[in-house]
Design a protein around this ligand. Structure first.
Ligand code: HEC
Length: 151
């Protein structure tokens, strides 16, 4: 009985360690893009026609002919984006968490975001610049972490 209990405790702790390891390996801790250029980000935003589906609170964007609302509002208080990591994730992995405050069928289909995935087309520089452009519209928390540049 005792041995069996010990074995159970051992197996459970082994699982816990394994789970922990997996978490550590997949941790986003320390992730930080270099600072971008907000003006270039605005240009990239328009060039990639993000405003086909988005408005930005407090930002005048040119209208795209033939586009119908509903628009998804970027920035402001009522948003899912709370952190820097979430802002980046919402661009490169839109289905990970859907914007809140909209009916599911407006923002997604079968759980997949209606947003285009730009990963095959957007350069890392464009991503960096777009994040720099959008960030001030959100109340996001930027980790105070600089990656080390090794000489
Ligand atoms: C075809 C329409 C469409 C286009 C074009 C589009 N998006 Fe989206 N986007 C959506 C939809 C729908 C959502 C809400 C569902 C979700 O969270 O993925 C969204 C959500 C987002 C969010 C998260 C909003 C929140 O508050 O959670 C960000 C940030 C974003 N888009 C940025 C961009 C950027 C940057 C571009 C251009 C590179 C872009 N989108 C182009 C449809 C689009």
């Amino acid at each position: 009985m005792k041995a069996r209990t010990l074995l159970a405790v051992f197996l459970v702790s082994l699982l816990a360690v394994a789970g922990c390891d997996q978490e550590t390996m997949m941790s986003e801790k320390g992730f930080r893009l270099p600072d971008g250029d907000a003006q270039a980000g605005r240009e990239a935003f328009l060039y990639m026609q993000c405003h086909q589906c988005h408005t930005i609170e407090g930002e005048e964007l040119p209208a795209i002919g033939g586009t119908e609302p509903p628009y998804i509002h970027l920035g402001g208080k009522v948003t899912k984006v709370r952190t820097y990591g979430e802002l980046i994730t919402s661009i490169i992995n839109p289905s990970h968490k859907l914007a809140k405050g909209y009916a599911e069928e407006v923002v997604s289909e079968d759980g997949e975001s209606n947003m285009y995935v730009y990963n095959q087309h957007m350069t890392v520089q464009e991503l960096i610049d777009i994040v720099m452009f959008l960030q001030p519209y959100y109340d996001v928390v930027v980790p105070d972490y600089r990656y080390t540049v090794y000489p």
